[in-house]
Design a protein around this ligand. Structure first.
Ligand code: GLU
Length: 505
């Protein structure tokens, strides 16, 4: 067991857009596989045809492409353990269902929905198990010929797993330690349905984990209650020796910490719970995504990585390489992780400011084009360098920097009232001459020249600077004033000063 090659899988059911918690599960599997030099597999668990949603699989693939979380093998990637879509593995499952039936570890149940309903009515807390199965219509209670006849006639049936009561089952979980449960609380789970000739999740999941030689099952806490049943299934097949190690990740909780994070929390508090935007074809409803909300994929990955795990050294900004090196499944928290949306923004801010000016310019140019601005890449890069620290999102760059691309069409009235003094026009006229005389126009030179001029004249520096900023920006915001003059250049700076004098006099 210990010298097997590490193989982990992410096994989503294509029932809608992938929830952000699912993305975290995939990420932890990815980090774990990379760290161990193992394989990371994408398996599509689409045996529940009633819940199948067209487009969901494509969505999943696109989300991971965007996040740069790469699979080694699986649906859409190929590999020698395929097919990786469970709906394409019907024949395989049929063999294993047969095996359990032959061994007497599973049985046919012919109960109609009405009969099941009657069972529920007759017994409080009815469950189909050792205490009730003797009263139901199945191959354990019917004579063998009758069972044969029903099968030959093509009657509807399900195959149920025969669970014997009164046994302590231990699940060894890498995060939670030993979890014990008594088999008496489990019901005889349906493993297969004749109606669509498809297995249920439980059977398909176990058979595939075995055949695909999965070594570790890392998944959300919501699957912990299924784990004892899975242990019994491994045993029924005689696969205990290669049973994967379980690790059930902590839940993602609402920002307030009470209960599981849901789509409604996102709607209520205004943040996405999906990696990409998703439109529900039935209702037409659009759910927001991290990508469309302006997040950088690296920031989303970093944010998610720390929801349930941390490197233990206080580091918060981690590259995928660092996460891969430091990740430790056994140090994942058992308690739910609060979904702190403000923190997501903080991460994005950190990643925006760490990106090179050139990269930011590359992201910003399409935004500018959307505003009808065509600007040289070098110029955009320079602007990006001046304002990237001031935003959380690339989309906010326009708000912070539009004045670099078009002169203020109007001047903020509050600022005018406060900053444009009686003598401002005269002072700025003088200043424009001083600037015009500058032979070099970089920030350092202009700053020195202007400060010297102010000093010689005995003017109030604040008054001059505020008026200048108003003239160049149109309001009282923006980066260092001499960085602005340098970027705009001499001609444009002087033109804007003259325009302001005209407009505000
Ligand atoms: N198909 C299950 C899901 O949708 C997989 C659970 C597991 O990883 O075993 O999450």
């Amino acid at each position: 067991m210990n010298n097997r090659r590490v193989r982990v899988r992410f096994a989503p059911s294509p029932t809608g857009p992938l929830h952000i918690g699912g993305v975290r599960t995939a990420l932890y599997n990815y980090l774990f596989a990379r760290q161990r030099g193992g394989d990371f597999i994408l398996r599509i668990e689409d045996t529940d045809t009633r819940r199948f949603v067209p487009g969901a699989e494509e969505y999943i693939l696109e989300a991971f492409r965007w996040l740069n979380i790469r699979f080694d093998e699986g649906a859409g990637f190929g590999g020698k353990y395929g097919p990786y879509r469970q709906s394409e593995r019907k024949d395989t499952y049929a063999i294993y269902v047969e095996q359990l039936l032959d061994a007497g570890l599973a049985y046919y149940a012919f109960d109609t929905p009405e009969e099941l309903e009657a069972g529920r009515k007759a017994t409080p807390n009815f469950q189909y198990d050792a205490s009730t199965r003797a009263r139901m219509r199945n191959s354990l209670t019917l004579p063998a010929e009758e069972t044969r006849r029903l099968l030959d006639e093509g009657a509807n049936y399900v195959v149920r797993f025969r669970i014997e009561p009164g046994e302590e089952i231990t699940v060894n979980d890498l995060i939670r330690g030993e979890v014990m449960i008594n088999s008496s609380v489990l019901d005889d789970k349906v493993l297969f349905k004749s109606a669509d000739r498809l297995p249920t999740y439980h059977l398909a999941n176990i058979v595939d984990d075995h055949l695909m030689e999965i070594t570790h099952v890392i998944r959300g806490e919501e699957w912990l209650p299924s784990a004892p049943l899975h242990v019994l299934l491994y045993r029924a097949f005689g696969w205990e020796a290669t049973m994967p190690q379980f690790a059930h990740l902590p839940l993602l909780l609402k920002p307030e910490g009470n209960g599981k994070l849901s789509k409604r929390d996102g709607d209520r508090l205004g943040f996405p719970v999906f990696p990409l935007e998703w439109r529900d074809v039935q209702t037409g409803e659009l759910s927001s995504g991290y990508r469309e909300s302006g997040y950088l994929p690296e920031a989303v990955v970093n944010f998610l990585a720390l929801l349930g795990w941390n490197p233990g050294n206080g580091m918060e900004i981690l590259s995928v390489e660092e996460m891969t090196r430091l990740f430790d499944l056994t140090h994942c928290s058992k308690n739910g992780a609060k979904f702190d949306y403000e923190k997501a923004k903080w991460f994005n801010h950190q990643y925006v400011r760490r990106k090179s000016d050139k990269e930011i310019a590359g992201l910003f140019i399409p935004v500018l084009e959307g505003h009808g601005i065509q600007a040289g890449a070098g110029y955009v890069e320079k602007v990006a360098g001046l304002v990237k620290e001031r935003v959380d999102f690339v989309g906010e760059l326009w708000e912070e920097s539009s004045f670099f691309f078009s002169a203020p069409a109007e001047y903020d009235s509050k600022t005018v009232k406060k900053r444009w003094k009686e003598d401002s026009a005269a002072r700025l006229a003088e200043l424009s001459e001083t600037l015009d005389a500058c032979t070099a126009f970089d920030a350092q030179v202009t700053e020195e020249v202007v400060k010297l001029w102010i000093e010689n004249k005995g003017y109030h520096p604040g008054d001059i600077m505020n008026a200048l900023r108003l003239a160049l920006v149109g309001r009282s915001k923006g980066p260092h004033i001499f960085d602005i003059t340098e970027t705009l250049g001499k001609e444009e700076t002087i033109r804007r000063i003259r325009r302001a004098i005209e407009a505000l006099k």
